[in-house]
Design a protein around this ligand. Structure first.
Ligand SMILES: Cc1cc2nc3c(=O)[nH]c(=O)nc-3n(C[C@H](O)[C@H](O)[C@H](O)COP(=O)(O)OP(=O)(O)OC[C@H]3O[C@@H](n4cnc5c(N)ncnc54)[C@H](O)[C@@H]3O)c2cc1C
Length: 384
């Protein structure tokens, strides 16, 4: 057993850490007030090679491993959790496209994704189906060489900023459930698509919102995977994003902890530094323990993926647990800053609001526990 990163991974971590410190941390709060991710920043992240580095070079990547992808996302999220949506979603979508897109499609879109020229969203959720995603209603009807899309997707990250979107739509009958759903790479800049934006609690620059498709079109050759197999094939990619999301939430928690230890050593009450009181240090010591354990679980999951070993159970564990651990750690840091911690002068409140969303996004804790149960006892543990 070897817990150390390689020399290359350590060197990459140093580069990303420096980038986060110099480029992301100083504008973290101002960026939220701005409301969107500046295109220049996305291009810069692309130029640094931080988006989907696991892709082979001919598709715009650097042939790096999944553990390194996790390192990059964790370090970016330490500076700005919302900006880390770009490499997190980029890694997930790149993995889906590399695995399921026809070669010409992959060659056209993946290098543009890795350069940060396009944001690709992923649209699964609908107003009436989130956790029960297999019962989506959006329709894709074939007419010659194109499919005509009609329906509504909601709660889509980057709904108002993405140029392209992986859209799940029903090409078969509703009774077919997950079978009968196909996935397409759709151009969002077309007359048949309109967008709205939500006023979210956190991750405001991600611009979650709805997408409305009214006779929008997608060429038939933009289908990912087989017809009627989009759901079952593409959903496998989520084992990857679930470990990355864990690290994306733990990064901000580590940032808050790193700021709170020196604060409690400095701040005095009852004639002593706060750090002399166990009531102050123990919650932080517990948070360090849980954050450290969740961090290891995420890297183990990515390592399993790198070895080609099963990791569905571990990925679901990362996804239900790490966002909760992160949220509670940041909350403790906020409280230990006293009244000042509750003001927007400190970044803890923003970090807390930011990481909260990923207790829901990409599947809730209940659904993740259902997946773990299914892996242990089989389909008897799922509703259908
Ligand atoms: C920050 C954020 C980003 C997101 N980004 C995207 C995106 O990019 N693309 C996309 O397609 N979607 C996205 N989503 C949507 C997200 O995937 C869904 O919100 C999520 O899957 C839950 O679906 P729902 O909101 O419809 O809740 P529901 O399915 O209505 O569930 C409501 C509650 O009931 C619980 N529940 C439901 N069924 C069961 C059950 N059988 N047993 C126990 N509990 C159950 C759920 O856990 C939840 O707590 C995002 C959401 C958020 C918050």
């Amino acid at each position: 057993m070897d817990f150390s990163f390689t020399q290359d991974q350590i060197a990459i971590r140093e580069v990303v850490r420096q980038f986060a410190k110099e480029r992301l941390v100083p504008e973290y709060q101002a960026r939220e007030r701005g409301g969107t991710i500046d295109k220049k920043l996305t291009l810069e992240i692309g130029k640094m090679g931080f988006i989907a580095p696991a892709l082979p070079e001919n598709l715009g990547g650097h042939g790096l491993d999944n553990v390194t992808t996790g390192i990059i996302i964790e370090e970016i999220a330490t500076g700005d959790h919302s900006v880390a949506y770009i490499p997190m979603l980029g890694a997930l979508n790149a993995d889906i496209l590399r695995t399921h897109a026809p070669p010409e499609m992959a060659e056209e879109w993946l290098p543009r994704l890795t350069r940060g020229e396009v944001i690709i969203a992923l649209a699964l959720t609908e107003p009436q189906s989130g956790s029960d995603a297999a019962h989506l209603r959006m329709k894709a009807r074939r007419e010659g060489d194109v499919f005509i899309l009609n329906g509504e997707k909601t709660s889509i990250s980057f709904a108002d900023q993405a140029e392209m979107c992986i859209v799940f739509a029903r090409t078969g009958e509703e009774e077919a459930g997950a079978r009968g759903v196909s996935a397409f790479l759709v151009d969002l800049n077309q007359p048949g698509v309109t967008r709205t934006r939500f006023d979210d609690v956190g991750t405001k620059i991600v611009g979650r919102g709805s997408l409305f498709f009214e006779d929008a079109t997608v060429p038939a050759n933009m289908m990912l995977g087989g017809e009627g197999k989009g759901f079952t094939q593409v959903m496998r990619g989520f084992d990857f994003s679930r470990a990355l999301i864990g690290l994306q939430c733990l990064g901000p928690a580590q940032a808050s902890l790193a700021e709170t230890w020196p604060y409690i050593a400095e701040r005095k009450a009852f004639g002593s530094p706060l750090a002399r009181f166990e009531g102050v240090t123990f919650p932080l010591a517990e948070a360090e323990t849980l954050v450290g354990a969740a961090n290891l679980l995420c890297y183990k999951t990515l390592w399993l993926r790198d070895q080609g070993l099963p990791h569905t159970t571990e990925a679901a564990m990362c996804k239900w647990w790490a966002p909760i651990v992160a949220y509670e750690a940041i909350q403790n840091c906020l409280l230990l800053h006293g009244h000042a911690g509750y003001s927007t002068d400190f970044p803890h409140q923003q970090r807390m609001r930011d990481v909260l969303g990923l207790q829901i996004g990409d599947g809730t804790a209940q659904i993740m526990k259902m997946i773990i149960a299914r892996e242990k006892v089989g389909r008897i543990a799922v509703p259908y």
